[in-house]
Write a protein that binds this ligand. Structure first.
Ligand SMILES: [Zn+2]
Length: 264
């Protein structure tokens, strides 16, 4: 079977294990069904996820022009503490920013290798945790906007990492600890204006189980710009990565906006 289309991050469905889908314009593929099978990925071109033009992808699935003009990729996305919609101040498009920023956000601890702190919109739980390959995660506070979540994350970065170590995550080198215990020690680190939102009882604690036959000992990222054609046996899916038997790993999210053919 040949599937062809523009890559966007895999859709997921919580379950034991988590289900993954590659969704193209006119077809979709349940990736779990490909485990243990040979899969070939070929680069065919580009299509910007924002303007749909066949322009080279610059970052996050967007062409250069869209990356620097679309409100969907403002600086406050990666750095939530820069959010200003709660003050009525626009970055690129106040309507858009109001819609996205002034909704309930969750600050969480996730365990993917080390304990990481992160921010997400409440509606993105547990999707965000799955996308990061966390094996467990717990909500720490729920706040009414992105700014408050952002300043909480900044405060907690002094005590926890804020980046996922993707190699360790894929190799399943995970610290052995309990996130609920970690959560009990964070109250004193919270910014004063966020402390009222802390609820020790609110334990949105999730254990996540990924479809992985075998974790690789060593991993090498597949770069479609350098290797436009790759074939290998799929042995796992974790985070937004496809894991192959030879240790090659393909981060679907890094190649959003790339048009590919997938032969299975
Ligand atoms: Zn574009």
């Amino acid at each position: 079977m040949l599937y062809e289309g523009t890559l966007s991050k895999m859709e997921t469905e919580f379950g034991y294990p988590i289900q993954y889908y590659l969704v193209f314009e006119s077809s979709f593929l349940n990736v779990n069904q490909l485990l243990g099978k040979e899969v070939e990925i070929s680069f065919r071109g580009y299509q910007c996820l924002n303007c749909s033009k066949k322009k080279k992808i610059y970052r996050q699935g967007f062409c250069y022009d869209c990356f620097y003009s679309s409100p969907a990729v403002g600086d406050w996305i990666m750095r939530p503490e820069l959010s200003t919609a709660h003050l009525g101040i626009a970055d690129r498009d106040l309507d858009y920013e109001t819609r996205v920023q002034l909704t309930p956000h969750v600050v969480y601890l996730a365990l993917s290798s080390d304990v990481k702190v992160g921010v997400t919109r409440k509606t993105q739980v547990p999707t965000r945790w799955i996308d990061q390959g966390a094996c467990q995660a717990v909500s720490v506070v729920e706040v009414p906007n992105r700014y408050l979540a952002g300043i909480t994350e900044v405060a907690l970065k002094d005590h926890f990492v804020d980046k996922t170590n993707w190699r360790k995550m894929l190799q399943n080198e995970v610290l052995d600890l309990d996130l609920l215990t970690e959560k009990t020690r964070i109250f004193e680190f919270l910014p004063e204006e966020v402390q009222p939102y802390f609820n020790a009882e609110l334990d949105e604690h999730l254990i996540l189980n990924y479809p992985v036959i075998e974790h690789p000992k060593k991993v090498t990222g597949l770069n479609l710009d350098k290797t436009p054609n790759f074939k290998g046996k799929l042995i796992g899916i974790k985070g937004q990565y496809l894991i192959f038997h030879d240790g090659t790993v393909f981060n679907v999210r890094s190649f959003e906006g790339y048009v590919v053919a997938i032969n299975v």
